[in-house]
Design a protein around this ligand. Structure first.
Ligand code: FES
Ligand code: FE
Length: 455
């Protein structure tokens, strides 16, 4: 009798030598449950931005994998990430999306916790619990690893996880420009008030994969461009902007930990052609910001423009305008809760922030023109992964198989043409997590090279 070990199951579902991936990883309930355990309790996950909790007592309810967590700033201004679950019977101690509080009070039996997580109040403690329970032992459950980076807050449930910068590796270069294209000086970036949250009937990996640099799907957005209502379609600007982009050198880059980006190296004298020309204040702001960016980053670094990327497993970003982070929270094998955080320069004039708010909403989020195109694809792709007959046939991931190198113009495994090397690397790591690999493997310290060659 042949036994199917988890390892042999995932090795056969992810066949990178052939460039084939089994459909069931996008729809199976048991694989989904296993992902929550094996991927989402280990990888670094984005939980929020410091600008959302500037003052002591501020909190923002977030998620890690399938679970609710609280991002909080305590009285001493220290940032914490707690599981949003009472130690008594598990009720959510924080019912609000965001706010300010001195205590998190559980609505069930009223146990209360301080903003640094300590159990503070227990009704009728003296008569019911004294001598039976040590309050100190029943604090909120706090993540063992939490780090902040350029305003972003990340956490991992794995105490042995590498530090965040090691985990990001060279993907940091691209992410940096998305998080704060002014390189952390001046006021940095802030999240525009109001995180967009919505549920998509798709597997989370379709969304994460799309942002690894699936430029190949741009045909999906053709209708938005054709009718001139897309964010890049302002009369006279789009054509010139397209010319700039054609002169750019495009790179699709993946990194050992499973991250991937699509960026462009612009011509030396590239000019920023923004789409805000119908608002002189905004247009002027971006003209100046562009010039200052060049001054600060230096001519070479200024040429790098990150379009999109995914930090493994489920944090994607747009790196140029619009700048945002999107988290694809797993919500079920065929359900994803998307949260989009829009970034603006913290010290930009209010008029610029207001303009960007409507610009971003037109572009991304549940009502965004381009996002709707993408969601439709992911919805049907998820349904197409479920059928009894369909599941017998793997998906094709052979695009540009083997055409990748490490001697490109930027660090990482670089493709100079549209390529599925980034998703191949992503799924190689996904397979490693599902096989319970150690951190040396998950960081690529034991690999033989690009995913299309090493298998
Ligand atoms: Fe929170 Fe009982 S569940 S106090
Ligand atoms: Fe798209």
């Amino acid at each position: 009798m042949i036994s199917i070990t988890p390892e042999s199951r995932y090795n056969s579902l992810i066949d990178l030598r052939k460039g084939e991936i089994g459909r069931e990883i996008f729809s199976s309930r048991d694989i989904y449950e296993e992902e929550l355990e094996k991927v989402f309790t280990r990888a670094w996950l984005f939980v929020g931005h410091e600008s959302q909790i500037p003052e002591p007592g501020d909190f923002f309810s977030s998620r890690m994998g399938g679970e609710s967590v609280i991002l909080a700033r305590d009285k001493k201004r220290k940032v914490h990430v707690f599981l949003n679950s009472c130690r008594h019977r598990g009720m959510k101690v924080c019912q609000y999306d965001h706010g300010n509080t001195q205590l998190f009070t559980c609505p069930y039996h009223s146990w209360s916790y301080t903003t640094d997580g300590k159990l503070f109040g227990v009704p009728q403690f003296k008569s019911l619990y004294e001598g039976c329970m040590e309050k100190e032992a029943w604090s909120l459950i706090e993540v063992p690893r939490m780090e902040t980076y350029k305003g972003t807050v990340w956490a991992s449930w794995d105490k042995d996880a590498p530090d965040l910068l090691t985990y990001l590796g060279d993907a940091k270069t691209h992410l940096d420009l998305a998080l704060d294209c002014r390189d952390g000086r001046e006021g940095g970036s802030e999240v525009l008030f109001g995180v967009h949250k919505w549920i998509i009937p798709c597997n989370w990996k379709f969304a994460a994969e799309n942002f690894l640099g699936d430029t190949y799907h741009n045909v999906s957005h053709r209708s938005v461009d054709l009718i001139g209502i897309g964010p890049s379609a302002e009369a006279g600007v789009k054509g010139r902007r397209d010319n700039e982009m054609e002169k750019a050198r495009h790179v699709w880059v993946n990194f050992p930990a499973g991250h991937g980006v699509h960026s462009a190296i612009m011509p030396e004298d590239w000019e920023f052609l923004n789409t805000y020309q119908n608002n002189p204040v905004v247009a002027e702001y971006f003209r100046e910001a562009h010039a200052k960016r060049k001054e600060r980053l230096g001519a070479e670094r200024h040429r790098l423009i990150p379009f999109v990327g995914t930090i493994y497993p489920n944090v994607s970003f747009h790196g140029n305008q619009p700048r945002n982070l999107c988290v694809w929270h797993p919500h079920g094998p065929e359900s994803t809760e998307a949260w989009r955080f829009f970034l603006v320069d913290a010290d930009a004039p209010q008029e610029v922030k207001d303009f960007l708010r409507s610009y971003y909403m037109r572009y991304s989020g549940p009502a965004g023109m381009t996002e709707q195109d993408d969601m439709e694809n992911w919805n049907y792709a998820t349904a197409g992964s479920r059928g009894v007959i369909a599941k017998r046939y793997p998906y094709n991931y052979t695009q540009s198989l083997g055409r990748v190198g490490t001697d490109g113009p930027v660090a990482g495994n670089v493709s100079l043409q549209v390529s599925e090397e980034n998703p191949r690397q992503f799924y190689r790591r996904w397979r490693d997590y599902m096989n319970g690999a150690d951190w040396d493997t998950l960081l690529g310290r034991r690999d033989a090279g690009p995913a299309s060659i090493a298998g």
